[in-house]
Design a protein around this ligand. Structure first.
Ligand SMILES: Cc1cc2nc3c(=O)[nH]c(=O)nc-3n(C[C@H](O)[C@H](O)[C@H](O)COP(=O)(O)O)c2cc1C
Length: 368
């Protein structure tokens, strides 16, 4: 991982705290969760072509970094991909819509990785219906490499304030292949206000806040033990943990400094947004959700290629009752003719950030 002067960490709602960390030094290197980041080095380093494709796929973006995917090799040329329902997010994602989008990101990256080595993947989605596997994938010769794949290792969800610099016309036009790009100043202002209001609802609703807190990994040892969820790491934060300023109880206490700081940092981050990307679908079937995920992955890679950053800001699209007003406002503002909004993301020029933890491929495989 690149050592930067500023260490980012996800705090809540997939959110971010920027902490001024001492640059370099032994303490920093000893706080890096080396094992949790190892899958970024293992991508493509397996003997079986299907495992190679899967080792890339697990680097895909996914809600709260739950990594709900499980794969089963079948015969000589197939993979059955399941969604691990023990990794559901019942409070923020009651209908598993976002988790399904994450599975779409996974399938797209797997397909692109296979194409890179001359393999075409034929996907049969939900072959046994919605309650069965997410996809049956058949690998065969073919597949055209896609230039976007070159950016898979640099792709991030960039949870930082973005520069005021506008997104240029040419970049917006290129990204329009994958999402609607919104740059109109009035609309951008309305979306800044909406994403902040929606974030506050998620943060101040005990059940949704607690869901995030339960997924927080406090410090290197917890991140290494469970390389998923919302990681809070680095020397600065670990020092605050040692001092008792940051801990599970403080995150849940609206009167604590940790709670208030989280809100403050998130509000500044959301305000520092020059543009947005939206993916909407005419229907809202599981197949639509998978397709939205495939498009989001491509958008994320295309933005990376252009030196731009994206971050999903999903709160206003969430379907828990307390969010209903903002869900309706988001749809009134952005959906056309009864569409469902599947992804809303910030877009702009952001700082370079490090990769997020992943479970190793070996832990995501089940026997046929
Ligand atoms: C459907 C979906 C919804 C997401 N919603 C949010 C969100 O609301 N806020 C956020 O900061 N990140 C969100 N993310 C990004 C994840 O937090 C991120 O993908 C995950 O932590 C892994 O990090 P990476 O994308 O940098 O590899 C979302 C991702 C997906 C696929």
């Amino acid at each position: 991982m690149t050592l930067t002067r500023r260490k980012t960490l996800a705090l809540i709602g997939g959110g971010v705290v920027l902490a001024a960390a001492a640059a370099g030094g032994g303490f920093f290197s000893t706080r890096t969760p080396v094992r949790a980041l190892a899958p970024w080095q293992m991508a493509g380093r397996y003997a079986d072509a299907r495992l190679r494709a899967l080792s890339w796929a697990l680097l895909a973006p996914n809600p709260h970094n739950r990594q709900p995917w499980v794969a089963e090799l079948a015969g000589a040329d197939q993979v059955i991909i399941h969604r691990d329902r023990t990794r559901n997010l019942p409070a923020t994602d009651p209908f598993d819509r976002q988790l399904t989008i994450g599975m779409g990101c996974f399938l797209e990256l797997m397909t692109m990785a296979a194409a890179e080595e001359g393999l075409a993947v034929t996907l049969t989605l939900f072959p046994e219906g919605e309650d069965g596997p997410v996809a049956q994938a058949r690998f065969a010769d073919g597949g055209a490499p896609d230039p976007l794949f070159a950016h898979a290792l640099q792709r991030r969800s960039c949870k930082e304030p973005y520069a005021e610099r506008p997104v240029p016309d040419a970049a917006a036009a290129a990204l329009s292949a994958h999402a609607r790009i919104l740059r109109d100043p009035e609309l951008v202002a309305a979306l800044r206000a909406l994403t902040w209001a929606a974030f506050e609802v998620e943060y101040r609703t005990p059940a949704t806040l607690q869901e995030s807190i339960d997924l927080m990994r406090f410090g290197r040892a917890e991140i290494e033990a469970n390389p998923d969820g919302i990681e809070l790491g680095g020397p600065f934060l670990e020092a605050l943990m040692l001092a008792g300023v940051i801990n599970r109880a403080a995150q849940a206490d609206p009167d604590s400094m940790a709670f208030k700081t989280g809100l403050d940092i998130y509000s500044r981050m959301l305000a520092a947004t020059p543009a947005y990307a939206v993916i909407a679908t005419a229907g809202n079937s599981r197949e639509d959700q998978i397709e939205a995920g495939r498009q989001w992955l491509r958008l994320n890679l295309a933005a990376t290629q252009l030196g731009l950053a994206v971050q999903p800001v999903s709160q206003a699209l969430q379907e828990f009752p307390e969010m209903a007003e903002h869900y309706a406002a988001a749809h009134a503002l952005l959906a056309r003719d009864g569409e469902t909004l599947q992804m809303l993301g910030r877009l702009g020029y952001g700082p370079a950030t490090g990769p997020s933890p992943r479970w190793p491929l070996e832990t995501r495989l089940i026997d046929a």
